[in-house]
Design a protein around this ligand. Structure first.
Ligand SMILES: Nc1ncnc2c1ncn2[C@@H]1O[C@H](COP(=O)(O)OP(=O)(O)O)[C@@H](O)[C@H]1O
Ligand SMILES: Nc1ccn([C@@H]2O[C@H](COP(=O)(O)OP(=O)(O)O)[C@@H](O)[C@H]2O)c(=O)n1
Length: 216
């Protein structure tokens, strides 16, 4: 069984996906890390994340070990990710890895959860359960700002807000695999929900689908 979770930056996709993966004992892939690793890789060779040749070269030579780099969490990686993510050939180069993990979850798990922007629409349109997790941009900026401060980093709320707005606009307006809910996704607006409430809501939606798939 595949669970697809999409949504804009800092909406709580990853937090929810990790908890669901533990609850259902499924494999989990944060697909944003793939784009962040490509973006960061281009920055590290002094390149331009909007240059297709450079970005594609990094994407084609991505080593899974790079997905554990702590610098992937930073704003520079996020902005560069959203630039390389608008390039069709880069997306195509990363597609097989995502599809294979979804179809053959590692560790003998019975299912996989992928989170990103285009899981329900492009990577796994066949997913049995699809959620689109969102929240107001101000609330998302609050969450990311708090997360950065908690990690001991310096953060200015207005800059975080501007960064999210810029990425939202780029991710939603790009020609290829834009950020949008799949037609058959359930939208969860977590603006007024804490992480526990969002988790409970998601389980309420997914549990019947999981039970039906376990019976097959
Ligand atoms: N429903 C929620 N209410 C408040 N904070 C949340 C909620 N869900 C996640 N968070 C916090 O918001 C931040 C961003 O969440 P994260 O899961 O990283 O989002 P995403 O994967 O969509 O970028 C994290 O610090 C996380 O702990
Ligand atoms: N499936 C995905 C995942 C991420 N991305 C891109 O990668 C960037 C970083 O994604 P992320 O999920 O790590 O970002 P956050 O939501 O954690 O801030 C996004 O802004 C998108 O441009 C994408 O295009 N498709």
């Amino acid at each position: 069984m595949i669970i697809a979770i999409d949504g804009p930056a800092a909406s709580g996709k990853g937090t929810l996906a990790r908890r669901l993966a533990e609850y259902f004992d499924f494999a989990y892939l944060d697909t944003g890390k793939l784009y962040r690793a490509v973006g960061l890789g281009v920055l590290r060779i002094g390149g331009d994340p909007e240059d297709e040749d450079q970005a594609l070269d990094v994407a084609q030579n991505l080593d899974p070990a790079q997905l554990d780099d702590p610098d992937l969490k930073g704003d520079d990686a996020a902005q560069a990710a959203s630039k390389v993510a608008a390039i069709q050939s880069v997306r195509a180069a990363l597609l097989d890895f995502q599809k294979t993990l979804a179809a053959h979850p590692p560790g003998g798990k019975a299912g996989a959860i992928l989170d990103g922007r285009d899981i329900g629409t492009v990577v796994c349109p066949e997913a049995e359960a699809k959620l689109f997790v969102t929240a107001s941009v101000e609330e998302r900026a609050n969450r990311r700002h708090k997360e950065l401060l908690d990690r001991g980093e310096t953060s200015i709320y207005e800059r975080v807000l501007a960064d999210l707005k810029e990425r939202d606009a780029r991710d939603s307006s790009r020609a290829v695999a834009p950020l949008k809910p799949a037609d058959d996704a359930t939208v969860i607006d977590t603006s007024q929900m804490n992480a526990d409430e969002a988790f409970d809501k998601a389980v309420e939606i997914i549990q019947p689908i999981y039970s039906a798939s376990a019976r097959d």
